[in-house]
Write a protein that binds this ligand. Structure first.
Ligand SMILES: NC(=O)c1ccc[n+]([C@@H]2O[C@H](COP(=O)([O-])OP(=O)(O)OC[C@H]3O[C@@H](n4cnc5c(N)ncnc54)[C@H](OP(=O)(O)O)[C@@H]3O)[C@@H](O)[C@H]2O)c1
Length: 269
């Protein structure tokens, strides 16, 4: 499929994840991707790693591309959008991955372009991200389809009403941190019982990956899958009972719910 050029404003960790995913999944060729970063070090690194053309300013990128990804830190957004020569007018599409930045806030700076707001998580870096995205009303079906394809290069992208972005932050944006805590605890139990931490953490992580795949690929409810692992009177049901006794389930609900509440407070919702 012939593609237009996609331009990244910012070339840090998340932009790199997307650029790497787009090239490795064949969604864009390196020659159809451009990006910018103020520091020469970043420009050299990204150009050298992915073979894409790099620029120093957002103005140079916006002049060369109608499909843009805003991937700078929140504190840099206003500065970037008001940079001399930055052109994001009618006919352009802006995919923003900036945490907490609403479509309305973007619209007040770039009123004429089509805007897609994405809340990704950092697992995009290994092409296993989980993302929620929302579109402003001017985004047509064809544009949305190509955005879906772009996001799918780095993980699972689910469309939601923008009012659910705080919930997406809890369930997807922040949730890898909760998984890391669980993984470290599991590995510690392995160490307690004589395994090396290295073996233990790799086995725990692979088990989490496998369990996640079972949920996604079988479509079965986690309760059904858990029952399949627990043989009557066996070892696993003992551990499950301990988890229930110690409130792991309600602790996880509270952790995700508190994250969502904090996100709502920060975004003024
Ligand atoms: N990291 C995550 O897990 C995560 C998860 C969800 C959402 N996000 C969102 O993703 C966005 C990017 O995060 P990140 O972790 O990729 O940040 P990052 O690694 O710090 O990258 C930011 C990039 O922006 C560039 N930049 C700074 N000022 C600029 C300007 N005036 N014009 C053009 N580029 C400029 C920086 O260039 P230099 O390299 O030259 O300094 C850098 O390449 C953030 O808004 C964040 O909220 C991140």
């Amino acid at each position: 499929m012939e593609r237009k050029t996609i331009g990244f404003i910012g070339a840090g960790k998340m932009a790199e994840a997307l650029i790497g995913g787009l090239i490795s999944k064949g969604v864009f060729e390196a020659g159809s991707i451009i990006a910018c970063a103020p520091s020469e070090k970043t420009r050299n690194h990204v150009a050298g790693t992915y073979g894409i053309e790099m620029f120093a300013t957002a103005a140079e990128v916006t002049a060369r591309s109608d499909l843009l990804v805003l991937a700078v830190k929140p504190k840099h957004v206003l500065g970037v959008l008001s940079e001399e020569g930055v052109e994001i007018g009618a006919g352009k599409t802006l995919i923003s991955i900036v945490a907490g930045l609403t479509i309305d806030a973007l619209k007040s700076n770039v009123p004429d372009c089509k805007i897609i707001r994405v809340m990704p998580n950092h697992c995009c870096m290994v092409l296993e991200g989980a993302m929620g995205y929302s579109c402003d009303p001017s985004v047509d079906a064809e544009t949305e389809l190509s955005v879906q394809e772009i996001l799918s290069a780095v993980g699972l992208a689910v469309k939601v009403d923008e009012s659910y972005m705080d919930a997406i932050t809890g369930v997807a944006g922040s949730s890898p941190a909760f998984m890391y805590l669980v993984l470290d605890a599991m590995a510690s139990a392995g160490v307690l019982n004589g395994l090396s931490y290295n073996d233990s953490i790799r086995l725990a992580a692979q088990s989490m990956l496998g369990a996640a795949k079972m949920v996604l690929e079988t479509g079965k409810h986690p309760d059904i899958l858990r029952d399949e692992v627990c043989s009557p009177g066996g070892t696993t049901i003992e551990g499950v009972r301990t988890m229930e006794d110690m409130g792991v389930r309600s602790a996880m609900i509270a952790a995700v719910d508190d994250t969502i509440k904090k996100s709502r407070r920060m975004s003024g919702n």
